[in-house]
Design a protein around this ligand. Structure first.
Ligand code: XMP
Length: 526
């Protein structure tokens, strides 16, 4: 099975390489660099210098790590990179490691510093050259370290010191090797972005070539080259941002030679299937295939209560429906899917175990179907996917869609799924979404939706006692779904939503609001 683009983009594109020592902020470093208009890739810390050189980097970053340079299996990089002539920036553990390896002294657990720490700048060039560092005494860096550099390596200057007199920044200007004890990539380091940019542009001499337009141009060329003149592609379209961007890219690159299958499992939100179908029928004409498999999915889910079983059944059924259609077309050679960079990183391939998350979009399909796989978004973060989508002309209705789980409303109905419960949930969810959008809050929220809790309670409707379902509302802020904070929505918005749900949906007896963050909760209820 072939994967690209990352196989291909290889040495041509100007890039910075981040050696990932397992620090909690490694992915954030990558995002900050990309936001600056420079392409970068995370690679395992023990990648050999020969392999790093193949990538032709203009700069190298050594990330943080939970380890100590003195722990038994302290992660170390290939020392040849220190004399490779490529500028290096070590962050936290990265700074301690390069200090030790280049002849400096690192003291173990000396004076741990955590959180916001002020530092004074000793030398402003090149990392602190901006005006916001004019007041050399009052600067703040976010720290999280136990060990500290006691003595920098020979030829290194001290560029900044904390109030405890620990080294906050060091550098060897001739070799262009720098170290920061604080984390410039986190939001709590004011001016951190400037420090990163100064490393990229002043030290490494990067140009800002990583733009949505350059990505689209490259991706179109790569798709055309990879597929040659004859290959045909099938793409599973869910209507979500990722698969939609893949579809628009494929359409631009190979037009008639791609077909798109949209499997409607009946677990989408109110009006969603129609919206997706309308958009893609117009855009993709006869190459858009809509399969209405609602009854088939609901039939298989009958009586199923266990959330994991629901997921498995939906995944397996999806494969059945998709496979039958794709194989019936006969001449397909490739399957396109919308795997994005965090999926690649989370699947472990960056840390050496080249596993691709098999269930990402279309669960296990490539192996089963014998198609080669193309994943044009493998290099992109979610926010970059949206920017590329905007570049390709995707409508806002798709670009601004909230993340939506593959198993859809099945994981938002606690207990058995029935047609009746689905109808109630779709209506309640539509009311909540409408109220959030009208309030102007939608762009601040990561996700907002209704849940059918599966609990029936008593209420009063008219003059009668009434038993009916409790509908829960969930709205969260998040950066990446790994953690989430429940949204402090205005009370009048909640009141109006509650009144509409109990007023417009006869069955609904009560509305509650979920005030659990993640952790300890999860975003979804199942
Ligand atoms: P949790 O509930 O784990 O969700 O906090 C984190 C993010 O993942 C989405 N999610 C899923 N997406 N298949 C998916 O494609 C799933 O089974 C699934 N479960 C949760 C969820 O909506 C949130 O954005």
């Amino acid at each position: 099975m072939k994967h690209f683009l990352s196989d291909h983009s290889g040495s041509l594109r100007e890039k910075v390489v981040i050696l990932d020592f397992g620090g909690q902020y490694s992915m954030l470093i990558a995002r900050r660099i990309r936001e600056s208009g420079v392409y970068c890739e995370l690679v395992p810390y023990d990648t050999s210098w020969a392999d790093i050189k193949e990538l032709n980097p203009v700069g190298i970053i050594l990330s943080g790590s939970p380890a100590s340079v003195y722990s038994e299996n302290a992660p170390r990089c290939d020392p040849a990179l220190y004399s490779g002539g490529v500028p290096i920036l070590g962050i936290c553990y990265g700074m301690q490691l390069l200090s030790l390896e280049l002849g400096g002294e690192v003291k173990r657990g000396a004076r741990p510093e955590f959180g916001r720490t002020s530092f004074s700048i000793v030398e402003r060039e090149p990392l602190f050259s901006d005006d916001l560092f004019l007041d050399e005494k009052n600067n703040c860096g976010w720290m999280s370290h136990q060990d500290e550099v006691l003595k920098p390596p020979p030829d290194f200057a001290i560029l900044a010191r904390t109030e405890n007199n620990t080294m906050a920044a060091i550098g060897d200007h001739d070799r262009k090797i720098y170290g920061l004890q604080f984390h410039p990539e986190v939001f709590h380091t004011p001016g951190g972005n400037n420090v990163v940019k100064n490393f990229l542009f002043t030290v490494c001499g990067c140009s800002q070539t990583w733009t949505p337009r350059s990505f689209v141009d490259d991706a179109v060329e790569v798709i055309r080259k990879t597929l040659g003149e004859k290959d045909k592609v099938v793409c599973a379209l869910s209507g979500g941002v990722d698969s939609s961007v893949v579809a628009f890219l494929l359409d631009k690159a190979i037009g008639e030679r791609a077909v798109y299958i949209f499997v409607d499992h009946g677990l989408l939100r109110l009006g969603e299937a129609d919206q997706v179908t309308k958009l893609y029928r117009e855009k993709l004409k006869g190459r858009f295939i809509h399969i209405n498999a609602r009854e088939q999915f609901l039939g298989k889910l009958e009586g199923v209560v266990d959330p994991e079983k629901k997921r498995m059944i939906i995944g397996a059924e999806f494969i059945n429906v998709f496979k039958e259609k794709a194989l019936s077309m006969g001449d397909i050679t490739y399957l396109a899917q919308g795997t994005i960079y965090p999926d690649v990183i989370e699947s472990g391939s960056v840390n050496g175990a080249a596993v691709i998350k098999s269930h990402h979009n279309v669960g296990g399909l490539p192996e089963e179907l014998g198609f080669d796989l193309i994943e044009p978004l493998r290099e992109l973060f979610k926010d970059e996917v949206r920017l590329v989508g905007a570049e390709l002309g995707l409508p806002d209705s798709i670009l601004k869609r909230q993340p939506f789980p593959g198993p859809g409303l099945a994981v938002r109905i606690i207990g058995e799924i029935t047609e009746g419960k689905l109808t109630i949930l779709k209506k309640a969810d539509a009311i909540f979404r409408e109220e959030i959008i009208n309030s102007g809050l939608s762009s601040d929220l990561w996700q907002y939706f209704a849940v059918y809790t599966g609990i029936d309670v008593v209420g009063v409707k008219g003059d009668d006692r009434h038993y009916g379902p409790v509908i829960a509302l969930r709205a969260v802020y998040s950066e990446d779904a790994m953690t989430a904070d429940w949204a402090r929505l205005p009370h009048d918005l909640l009141e109006k939503t509650s009144a509409r749900i109990t007023g417009e949906i006869v069955e609904a007896a009560r509305v509650v609001y979920d005030i659990t963050s993640k952790p300890p909760g999860t975003i979804e209820w199942e």
